[in-house]
Design a protein around this ligand. Structure first.
Ligand code: ARG
Length: 273
């Protein structure tokens, strides 16, 4: 009888132990899983969301081609994205001061900026164009010499305008964001706006009542946009890999078609690497 009780007890103890250990196992697994989800680091991504259709605000939501792109690339690289509209000048302050991990904002990669910041491989081809009233006598960049040109401060558009009108020319009016430069044109305070083709073309198309036209000047350079990082950031190489991955797997083309209704020339972007 005693023996039987002992066996029953032992069986019970073993059963408990088995339950216990299997429980522990499951918990450990669960913990492992949730930990790895939580551990996915969230990156602070800054932008100037006043540059439709690249980055702009819809209510308080930041949307645009660049935004869909950076979300896809960030996911590919294994991070979470926190995208914050801070404005143009603050982007450079944050990246230099390393209070943000990276910036996407139609930022042209150039030698000047490369001295202070690191860039990803190019992800978009752009050039500056001239936005004027449809009845303007201005037909090219050279015609802007004795005109007033509105630009966003600190952009390549400002450089292009100053190359024509002279550095620090009072006839180059500089604004904190590109929408304010366009407002200046609409209110008659400027004869033209110089900014990136995609943006001025989009504005003219979306606002037919404003009777604006976009002029191409072949002497304006081709520019490439890159994702911008603090100098020495290890993320740059990871993002290059992720950008190339979405070039290859069709995600880049999908986003591009969604925004621009056309097939991107991925090969020519890759040729710039
Ligand atoms: N591509 C130009 C530059 O890098 C203009 C970019 C302006 N971007 C913006 N989100 N406002 O200087």
């Amino acid at each position: 009888m005693k023996k039987l009780m002992y066996i029953t007890m032992m069986a019970f103890v073993l059963m408990l132990a088995a339950c216990g250990s299997s429980n522990t196992g499951t918990e450990a697994e669960n913990e492992g899983e949730s930990a790895s989800i939580e551990e996915k680091k969230t990156l602070r991504i800054v932008t100037d969301a006043a540059y439709a259709p690249m980055e702009y605000l819809e209510g308080d939501k930041v949307v645009g081609f660049d935004i869909d792109l950076i979300k896809a690339v960030t996911e590919e690289a294994g991070y979470e994205a926190e995208i914050v509209h801070v404005g143009w000048d603050p982007i450079f302050v944050e990246i230099e001061g390393k209070t943000a991990d990276l910036a996407i904002s139609s930022i042209t990669i150039n030698d000047d900026r490369k001295q202070t910041y690191d860039f990803s491989v190019p992800y978009y081809l752009s050039t500056n164009k001239i936005l004027v009233p449809a009845d303007s006598e201005v037909k090219s960049g050279a015609d802007l010499k004795d005109k007033i040109v509105a630009v966003q401060n600190g952009t390549t558009g400002q450089e292009v305008a100053e190359a024509i009108l002279g550095v620090n020319s009072p006839n180059v009016k500089k604004f904190e964001n590109n929408n304010l430069a366009i407002q200046e044109l609409l209110s008659g305070g400027a004869d033209a706006v110089i900014a990136d083709n995609t943006v001025v073309e989009y504005y003219a198309k979306m606002n037919p009542d404003k009777n604006l036209t976009v002029l191409t000047d072949d002497s304006f350079d081709a520019e490439y946009y890159g994702v911008m990082f603090p100098k020495g950031s290890e993320l740059a190489a990871e993002y290059d890999k992720a950008i190339n991955a979405i070039f290859e797997n069709g995600k880049y083309a999908e986003i591009y078609k969604e925004w621009f209704g056309a097939e991107p020339d991925v090969e020519s972007l890759k040729a710039q690497q």
